[in-house]
Design a protein around this ligand. Structure first.
Ligand SMILES: [Zn+2]
Length: 497
């Protein structure tokens, strides 16, 4: 029976935010050994998929560390070294091993280390040597590099956004390792980098839908294992940021390169479609009101203040527009404001409060709102995710439903994007019976809301996840790069391996 060490070190680093500390990881996901098995069993996550495949294939998984937290700024050296130390200790204690399976992200940046995933893999290689098979799952927002490909045996990025195939990629990584260990394949991975920064782009819409179809066609070619478009993470201001295509072949490096380059050419031809322009909140709300006269609910997502991409989640641009419009039978969630949530919990259900809501992190995301609110209900912020990451226990800390005119606002004590109707349901709100629902997320909410929304309207006021890259001052991304530089040119990367 093969023995495979498994672990997760995952962070999407928005370098425009303040630092991500060890405490933030420890306060989010920081699990060791068997605790990992219990926490992720039967969840639609990378680790959940790895566990299922291991059970099915008769592989013994030895869990090491699972560490992740909400996207935020550059990881402190202390946090990076603590995570890496736990992983390496876990691997040393698990020896002898046949392979290693890691859930990494691809867009982690630590102080002084722009390509954290390669640094982690290099450190693991120092312990286990060059011959040990290592399979790695990646988030498609990872900024993949040829160095990652050289250090790993295979890279498996999700294809979908929302990332509804995390579980399948976890299964795929373990299945891949078993084939390597049986000597059936001697794989080769190619990473083709494009001079392109892509803002959040749903996989269900063009151009990603057609490009993913092309990737899937390559995956069914004889001798191919995987081919994925990685969107990259434009809010990591590092030289490696950008779109890549990652291809894994069973034996032939030339085939992997050919697949990656063929998809990359198509991406480049359609680069203009990766530039997104969305209405500001007042216009988005007006559009939603008009649409709601026909069918409801209409969902407005504030993409620029997405805590799932590193934004603070306490921005008020969309909420202010919804209040100004005097909406009725409508809801907004979640606004991250621990102080107001605590004040509501202190005051109790039925109280009327004067609050200064949101806008604590900065003014870019909107000014605080002075409101008189009614405390309609209170909760602990805990529920089980039902769409993306199904089965995972979410914890938004103390939450409150505050009513202001015809609008119900859910306030949370922990940062997090809205992924499904859970935050509203927790407070007795059935979003299907709302006229207009405002929420903070870029794309992941679609897994939970597309099945029920009459219409989805994206709004993009200023914010740390804005789709308008003109809001950001880039210092480290390689130039020229599209769309910052309209004259950027893509030449196939002959050095990729
Ligand atoms: Zn992602």
């Amino acid at each position: 029976m093969y023995r495979i060490a498994v672990g997760e070190i995952s962070h999407e680093t928005n370098t425009f935010c303040p630092p991500t500390t060890l405490e933030m990881f420890q306060d989010s996901v920081w699990a060791r050994g068997e605790e990992i098995t219990q926490r992720f069993h039967d969840t639609r996550t990378y680790l959940g998929g790895m566990q299922e495949a291991a059970e099915r294939l008769g592989v013994t998984l030895i869990p090491t560390i699972a560490a992740s937290t909400q996207p935020w700024g550059i990881i402190t050296r202390e946090a990076y070294e603590a995570m890496l130390g736990e992983l390496l200790d876990g691997i040393r204690q698990a020896m002898p091993l046949d392979g290693i399976c890691l859930a990494l992200h691809g867009a982690a940046v630590a102080h002084g280390i722009s390509d954290v995933e390669s640094a982690v893999l290099a450190a693991v290689r120092e312990v286990v040597g060059p011959g040990m098979p290592i399979a790695v799952t990646l988030d498609l927002h990872g900024n993949a590099t040829p160095r990652m490909a050289a250090l790993a045996t295979g890279l498996f990025s999700v294809h979908e956004y929302p990332h509804t195939d995390m579980y399948e990629r976890g299964q795929e990584a373990v299945g891949f390792l078993v084939r390597v260990l049986r000597g059936e394949i001697h794989p080769a991975t190619a990473v083709e980098a494009l001079p392109l920064l892509a803002v959040p782009a749903p996989a269900g819409l063009e151009p990603v839908r057609s490009i993913n179809a092309l990737c899937h066609r390559w995956e069914t070619e004889p001798g191919m294992i995987a081919c994925a478009l990685m969107h990259g993470f434009p809010y990591s201001d590092i030289p490696e940021a950008g779109v890549t295509v990652v291809a894994v072949a069973e034996h032939d490096p030339a085939l992997a390169r050919r697949a990656a380059r063929s998809v990359a050419k198509e991406v480049w031809a359609r680069r203009e479609e990766f530039v997104r322009r969305y209405p500001l909140p007042d216009a988005a709300v007006a559009e939603a009101v008009a649409a709601a006269a026909d069918r409801t609910p209409v969902v407005i997502n504030e993409t620029s203040d997405n805590p799932g991409g590193g934004a603070p989640g306490d921005g008020t641009h969309l909420l202010r527009a919804m209040l100004d419009a005097g909406l009725t039978d409508s809801a907004f969630g979640m606004l991250y404001d621990p102080q107001v949530a605590e004040a509501a919990h202190q005051a109790g259900v039925g109280a009327t409060l004067q609050v200064r809501l949101g806008g604590r992190h900065d003014r870019m995301h909107g000014d605080p709102l002075d409101l008189e609110v009614y405390v309609k209900s209170l909760a602990d912020g805990k529920f089980t995710l039902t769409a993306l990451g199904r089965g995972v226990q979410a914890d938004y800390g103390k939450t409150a439903r505050l009513t202001c005119g015809g609008l119900d606002v859910i306030v949370s004590s922990r940062r997090g994007q809205v992924l499904d109707p859970g935050p509203f349901l927790l407070h007795g709100i059935d979003v299907r019976s709302c006229r207009i629902v405002g929420l903070k997320s870029s794309v992941h909410f679609r897994a939970g809301y597309e099945p029920l929304a009459a219409r989805i309207i994206t709004t993009d006021p200023p914010g740390l996840c804005s789709s308008n890259l003109a809001h950001f001052t880039f210092q480290h991304v390689r130039r020229p790069i599209y769309p910052l530089d309209q004259d950027a040119v893509y030449r196939s990367n002959e050095a990729s391996c």
